[in-house]
Design a protein around this ligand. Structure first.
Ligand SMILES: Cc1ncc(COP(=O)(O)O)c(C=O)c1O
Length: 465
């Protein structure tokens, strides 16, 4: 049996399958929704997000309201949640608190929620972090920042990749701050401030050796000093409240790149301070720098008073190179990714499985057809080498992962039933780093790669979310 997610019932407004924003469901009578359907944590409402195709055979169970958006009648089917991501907001908040502990409360935490909060759902994650005390958020693009503002997030929002020309005015009007990565951007931001007759805040981002983003500023060269200081002196409408750089390899102890970056950044800062600039926030530390190098903490030799963690908020830290693995850092993976067993098939010895027939059954086998594929972000490179968990038991992936479906070995899972959920990603040994090891990728990529068509649901919302 295959689960269908097509639209049915009376709709007012757009097709539910096109929703990518958070959706709130209110029902007219209590729905009998299976545990796999949605996070039914509210007394009379369900919150879910992502493409919302929740419907049942012929019965309209609820009315959905997009946020913002028109009301839509939905038909709810517990069987149709073909795969889903469940984010534990308690884990997220505890990771945030743990980062606060590591910095000894000395540094302000600029929470990186770009790329849909590393796949976790930017709006709900941001709201949750704000309820946990976060006052500063960082995204990559203006669109991501606007999503937060539209969702009512009032915290400061920094656009790490800077603004494109033409985006400055909207950013300024919405109280969004760019990380300024060139003298040209600084001049534009200043011009926007002048036009709006408002002093606009921003962070100055310096290139210290990663050679990706950031102002090229050589404090040892007179011309370079003059160019930057002249531009800053001419920027009356800009308040550079933060000065930052970005580490290329904070987790790597095989070379001295981070030390070199620190030295250069220190000299860049000294020039600014000598010229009378006193930035409120000085920052460089990502998750690895906080965990392995004490960035922002009591023993931070660089005196940074802001840190910019992303990955650790979500429960992971990139493993160090050239050093023994650091003992349990006590971050908890916040995300679990599950998919339903859509069908079970017994195959004889010699049967070829999936596209290309790359797996040949060595004997009679029980094969589970799982509702996840590379269009959901389940990496094709897991073909014939990854695994999923059914009731804690490992089930190997058989053959090629296809666009929407993946075959797994249920030969040792006699108890498996159609409609069961398998865990694709969760805690060890099903964590993002373990999956990344199998694909030759990175935990970041695994998390960010979970596609928009996978609904995100949330556990342990605090009140007001
Ligand atoms: C500029 C910047 N700062 C901070 C971060 C957060 O890094 P991490 O997720 O390793 O903590 C990133 C992530 O890519 C980034 O690009």
């Amino acid at each position: 049996m295959f689960m269908r997610t097509e639209a049915r019932g009376a709709h007012r407004g757009p097709e539910p399958s096109r929703f990518h924003s958070e959706v709130e469901l209110y029902w007219r009578r209590p729905p009998s929704i299976g545990p796999g359907a949605v996070d039914n944590s509210g007394a009379n409402r369900i919150l879910t997000s992502g493409p919302c195709c929740i419907r049942t055979q012929n019965t309209v169970l609820g009315t959905a309201r997009t946020d913002p958006g028109p009301a839509v009648d939905l038909v709810v089917d517990s069987n149709v949640m073909r795969c889903r991501v469940i984010v534990d907001l308690d884990a997220l908040r505890s990771n945030y608190a743990r980062l606060g502990g590591l910095t000894g409360g000395k540094a302000v935490i600029l929470c990186v929620v770009k790329a849909n909060a590393y796949g976790h759902g930017a709006l709900t994650v941001s709201r949750s972090l704000v309820t946990a005390g976060a006052r500063h958020l960082a995204v990559a693009t203006l669109d991501e920042a606007v999503e937060l503002r539209d969702g009512g997030v009032g915290a400061s929002v920094t656009v790490l990749c800077g603004l494109e020309s033409g985006e400055d005015r909207e950013a300024a009007l919405r109280g969004i701050e760019p990380a300024i990565g060139s003298i040209g951007q600084l001049a534009r931001w200043n011009e926007t401030g002048r036009t709006l007759a408002r002093r606009l805040s921003c962070h100055l981002l310096f290139n210290t050796g990663m050679n990706r983003l950031g102002i090229d500023f050589n404090p040892g060269r007179k011309a370079s000093r003059a160019k930057l200081l002249d531009a800053l002196s001419a920027s009356d409408w800009v308040d550079p409240r933060g000065v930052a750089t970005h580490y290329a390899s904070a987790e790597d102890f095989r070379n001295r790149q981070t030390d070199r970056q620190d030295r250069l950044f220190g000299r860049q800062l000294a020039v600014l301070r000598d010229a009378g600039f006193a930035p409120r926030h000085v920052h460089a530390g990502n998750s690895a720098a906080i965990v392995y190098r004490g960035a922002g903490g009591p023993r931070d030799r660089n005196g940074h008073n802001m840190v910019r963690p992303g990955l650790a908020l979500y429960g992971y830290v990139k493993g160090p190179s050239g050093r023994k693995r650091v003992a349990n850092h006590r971050f908890r993976p916040a995300l679990e990714w599950r998919a339903r067993v859509a069908g079970i098939r017994d195959v004889p010895a010699g049967a070829r499985l999936g596209y290309g027939g790359t797996y040949v059954a060595p004997g009679p086998m029980r094969v589970g057809i799982v509702s996840v594929g590379y269009a959901d972000g389940f990496d094709w490179r897991l073909s014939n080498r990854g695994w999923v968990a059914l009731r804690g038991k490992r089930c190997d992936i058989l053959g090629e992962v296809s666009m929407d479906l993946t075959l797994v070995d249920l030969s040792r899972s006699a108890e498996a039933r159609v409609g069961d959920e398998v865990v694709l990603l969760g805690s060890k040994p099903y964590g993002a780093p373990e999956m990344a090891d199998l694909t030759g990728g990175m935990a970041y990529e695994v998390l960010c790669g979970i596609s928009g068509r996978v609904p995100r649901q949330y556990r342990n919302r605090s009140s007001g979310l």
